[in-house]
Design a protein around this ligand. Structure first.
Ligand code: NAD
Length: 372
């Protein structure tokens, strides 16, 4: 009896469901993918952010002059994401080239990583750092203007804070950079805030990273700088590989074991903070200009880092103690509540993940270099 129901009703439902499905697919295809310009896309944090942006459904274009990286990163990114990322190998301080290259192009957002980051080198060459780091920010803002881009994210650093402040640092802690590098980030923030408030429809965010470390979970990309690194994890890896002890500067600080405390955050967590920040600047809740700390909120001593590396990778790290290094602060770690609340972001990876991926990447990149 049930079969006697007029077949038309079943057909009607089938056809209307099909129409509904097709129109959803059609609408999705119509919705244009957003394109983000990443400056410094061949670099450490830039490349990890490109991977996360592609995963989140964005198209990505990069500008990188390879002053601290190489084009190999883009080959690796293609292997990782299945996508080819176009890079303009332009110096962002070359405004003539920018004004020739970018008119007519359209980007929905810009994430500006391109800068030099070595604190020690910045003390030796302050003018070169002011020129490159502030000049490249102005270059990136020229691109924003030429391409009618109204959303901008800037890589800042915990190096902007006054070393005399007591951690955990909030975004309202006093800023008084202790190095020319930190000063380029602080002045960069001021420049961006001023440009933002004087430019209708333009909004921006500065992200103050603490200590990014580790490599992508696939270990296809990782940190591969041309310049000498000052970051602890690559220094540990170098010491293990070369069997030459590295120096821990100072063991008489007022910390758990007398060595300095820092806030180490997995680079993929830092990368994901940019995807969250992009969604935030595009939302009604965003103020025109905002600052966020990007860290874990947990301080770890240098000696604890060494022990963590040893226990995760079952290896011995050679090190010696040396005197305190001028300009080093005893403890630096973040209060990350603002980013958690407003960006809906928080770190997912552990210290063990940092140590495991960093070591795996360290071995893979050595193999790749030997193959050439
Ligand atoms: P990175 O050196 O790996 O990447 C920066 C990239 O920018 C490099 O590929 C370099 O070739 C490029 N670049 C530099 N100047 C340029 C210019 N004038 N024109 C075009 N390209 C240029 O550094 P990273 O670790 O990926 O850092 C990215 C950003 O984050 C930097 O602004 C840095 O100051 C900031 N930051 C980094 C850390 C860290 O520990 N890695 C911590 C806090 C803040």
């Amino acid at each position: 009896k049930a079969n006697k129901k007029p077949p038309l009703t079943g057909w009607f439902f089938a056809v209307s469901k099909w129409y509904n499905d097709v129109s959803i697919i059609y609408k999705t295809m119509q919705k244009k993918k957003k394109t983000i310009l990443v400056t410094g896309g061949a670099g450490y944090i830039g490349s990890h952010t490109i991977a996360e942006l592609i995963l989140a459904g964005y198209d990505v274009v990069s500008v990188d002059n390879f002053s601290n990286s190489s084009a190999k990163t883009f080959t690796r990114l293609t292997k990782l994401t299945g996508k080819k990322v176009k890079n303009y190998p332009i110096d962002l301080c070359d405004y003539k080239k920018i004004k020739k290259t970018f008119p007519g192009k359209k980007f929905d957002g810009i994430i500006h990583f391109a800068a030099w980051k070595a604190v020690g080198e910045s003390v030796e060459k302050p003018l070169a750092y002011y020129e490159n780091n502030l000049g490249s920010l102005v270059g990136a803002l020229h691109i924003a203007k030429l391409c009618h881009t109204n959303q901008f994210i800037f890589s800042s650093s915990c190096a902007v804070y006054d070393p005399k402040e007591t951690p955990p640092y909030t975004e309202d802690s006093k800023c008084a950079p202790a190095s020319p590098y930190g000063m380029t980030k602080f002045l960069g923030e001021m420049l961006l805030r001023d440009y933002t408030t004087n430019t209708p429809h333009f909004s921006s965010v500065s992200l103050r990273y603490f200590n990014p470390a580790g490599a992508h979970p696939t270990c296809i990309i990782g940190e591969e700088a041309k310049k000498k690194t000052e970051n602890l994890v690559p220094i540990i890896i170098k010491a293990v590989k070369t069997k030459k002890p590295f120096t821990i500067f100072g063991k008489d600080y007022e910390t758990n074991d007398g060595t300095c405390v820092r806030d180490y955050i997995h680079v993929s967590d830092v990368a994901k903070a940019h995807v969250a920040a992009l969604a935030h600047v595009d939302s009604k809740e965003a103020a025109q200009y905002e600052v966020f700390n990007i860290g874990t909120g947990v301080g770890v001593t240098v000696q604890e880092m060494v022990r963590a590396f040893e226990s995760v990778n079952t290896l011995k790290v050679p090190f010696v103690y040396g005197p305190r290094r001028a300009g080093d602060m005893a403890a630096v770690y973040a209060n990350t509540k603002k980013a958690e609340k407003k960006l809906g972001w928080k770190p997912e990876y552990s210290l063990a993940d940092i140590m495991k991926t960093a070591w795996e990447w360290g071995q893979m990149s050595a193999k790749n270099t030997r193959k050439k």
